[in-house]
Ligand binder design. Structure first.
Ligand code: BG6
Length: 251
């Protein structure tokens, strides 16, 4: 079963049949218009990260969307033009099939000149204990470490040791292994080179007003993205779709 936050395309819960909740949603999340929701799948668009005097991670995640059908939404085109200056359409569609969830975000250039954008499906996964989970699929991959402002290479399995904020640019899939919940989550994607892995760690968790002090212990983000390292350029009339697919299994 899938649930969205009111008037938005923000998925806040996914409980596949026979499984427990997959998404993390902070108990202190702000569930009001104009504020980002800490958890579920925020849609970061048309920029990922911060832009001076602009909402962090873009305006798509803090605005109302139109409903196209049960699990499909569009961001009002007038809002896009007013907030961004470019003419574009943005459609988000979610499909559930047993233990699989597919999320697709399509941007179409309705303008007469090309534009560039960055984005992310900023998925928050619920975990039993961040100190015990691991992520496979990144061995020997290069990443930009935002915490250290440095580039590095992943050695073996990824484990969390304090604040983690990385952009991997050659990831095809990530496998999140959670011994506490006895489950594996396979995360694959299309139309994206950047995989962002984020956990705020203890200090940042305390600083965030919309997360309990120990909130970092039970979440981790694995995001399908096009960051500043792989922005998308769209010609007039062209479309780009970023897809994140999630498959849950028990062990
Ligand atoms: C991640 C970024 O995607 O989102 C982090 O890599 C950022 O740098 C995090 O801190 C949360 O962002 P926000 O705006 O939701 O607090």
């Amino acid at each position: 079963m899938i649930s969205f936050a009111k008037h938005t395309a923000h998925l806040i819960s996914w409980i596949p049949e026979g499984h427990d909740e997959v998404m993390y949603l902070s108990t202190q999340a702000f569930m009001e218009a104009g504020k980002p929701i800490r958890g579920g799948v925020p849609i970061c668009w048309p920029w990922f990260g911060s832009l001076e005097n602009k909402p962090a991670h873009g305006f798509a995640r803090i605005n109302s969307w139109n409903t196209i059908s049960e699990n499909s939404f569009s961001l009002p085109e007038q809002l896009i033009q007013d907030e961004w200056g470019n003419k574009a359409s943005l459609v988000f569609t979610v499909t559930e099939d047993g233990n699989k969830l597919k999320m697709e975000l399509t941007t179409t250039n309705l303008d007469s000149s090309e534009f560039e954008f960055t984005q992310a499906l900023h998925t928050y996964f619920k975990v039993s204990d961040i100190n015990k989970v691991s992520i496979k699929g990144h061995d020997k991959q290069a990443y930009y470490d935002k915490v250290l402002d440095d580039n590095d290479i992943q050695k073996g399995t990824l484990i969390f040791n304090g604040e983690t904020d990385r952009i991997y640019t050659t990831t095809a899939s990530s496998l999140l292994i959670d011994p506490g919940l006895q489950r594996e989550i396979l995360i694959t994607k299309k139309g994206s080179n950047s995989t962002v892995i984020w956990n705020p760690g203890p200090e940042k968790s305390v600083e965030m007003k919309d997360m309990p002090d120990d909130g970092y212990l039970t979440m981790c983000c694995v995001e399908a993205a096009n960051t500043h390292l792989d922005p998308v350029t769209l010609q007039p009339g062209a479309s780009h779709t970023i897809v994140q697919e999630i498959t849950v299994s028990k062990f």
